[in-house]
Design a protein around this ligand. Structure first.
Ligand code: ADP
Length: 162
């Protein structure tokens, strides 16, 4: 069984992430979405909320597991007997950072392969940061994120205004 691990912050999950998960399942038998706490990125949703939103948004996709992961990805991969790290590539701007991380993971474990998948064009400009920015000003994000995420964003920014 080929296992892929899709690591990220997912603050919050967007339709771009979901597109990558669906594409991954054409290549892997199982995909583990590995959610990193990543306090350095100052996420607006705590790790449990992020996991809950991913769980709800991927409910109808078989062979997806969601886990919290901390520490070194290369070690997590070994623990999970996973075959490859999955990352999404949107534009050239993603490339340098992704290239560096893929090579660093390979340095830590010579067998750690990273597979890059490209999302559908309509999501190629979509980032979690842009979604948060738009939602913070009350903009409409419903075509870009799963319904649960749109609701949670609304709640989050409404609470903040009070
Ligand atoms: P990280 O903090 O690890 O970059 P993200 O949640 O921002 O976490 O992204 C996780 C992965 O998903 C990264 O490989 C990123 O390039 C990819 N990704 C994010 N948004 C999209 C999108 N709209 N289309 C394709 N891949 C995406």
């Amino acid at each position: 069984m080929k296992i892929g691990v899709y690591p990220g912050t997912f603050d919050p999950i967007t339709n771009g992430h979901i597109d990558i998960i669906r594409r991954s399942l054409q290549v892997f038998d199982k995909v583990i979405v590995a959610v990193a706490p990543n306090p350095k990125k100052k996420p607006i949703f705590d790790i449990h909320e992020r996991v809950e939103m991913i769980r709800e948004a991927t409910r109808d996709i078989p062979n997806v597991e969601i886990e919290i992961f901390e520490g070194l990805l290369a070690e997590y991969m070994k623990r999970k007997n996973a075959h490859a790290i999955i990352r999404g590539l949107r534009a050239v701007s993603d490339f340098e950072h992704e290239f560096m991380m893929a090579l660093m993971n390979r340095k830590l474990d010579s067998e750690a392969e990273t597979v890059f998948l490209m999302p559908s064009e309509e999501y190629s400009y979509l980032t979690s940061s842009a979604i948060k920015e738009v939602a913070s000003y009350g903009g409409v994000v419903k075509d870009l994120v799963p319904p649960i995420v749109a609701r949670r964003l609304r709640d989050h920014f409404q609470k903040k205004q009070k």
